[in-house]
Design a protein around this ligand. Structure first.
Ligand SMILES: [Zn+2]
Length: 103
């Protein structure tokens, strides 16, 4: 998976419409931070664009699929792209959830 930072905030799934607290992972800041964890209102203190492109997953029944690996079954999340809006480095909580598979 590599180095990534996460932002936890309520995000509505673009596929099934379920709003849930989701962990959004981004690799866009991997040259600056390792494994940072932010929430809405945090200032990430980096000179970056106004948007942060992230990956989030949905584990709701319409989206998640049951899979098996080595004889064990597990739930595979459906992943989508979340673009978080920033204001002077502060995570505003505004976002755009895109119905596209980032993997
Ligand atoms: Zn969903």
């Amino acid at each position: 998976m590599g180095f990534y930072c996460t932002v936890t905030l309520p995000v509505r799934c673009p596929f099934c419409g379920t709003e849930d607290e989701r962990e959004c992972q981004t690799k866009e800041l991997q040259d600056i931070f390792l494994f940072e964890h932010w929430r809405v209102g945090d200032n990430i203190l980096a000179e970056i664009p106004h948007e942060l492109r992230c990956i989030a997953g949905c584990a709701q029944p319409p989206c998640a699929t049951l899979d098996t690996f080595n004889g064990k079954s597990f739930t595979r999340d459906r992943y989508f792209t979340v673009v978080l809006k920033l204001d002077n480095g502060v995570i505003t909580g505004e976002y755009e959830a895109l119905a596209e598979d980032p993997t």
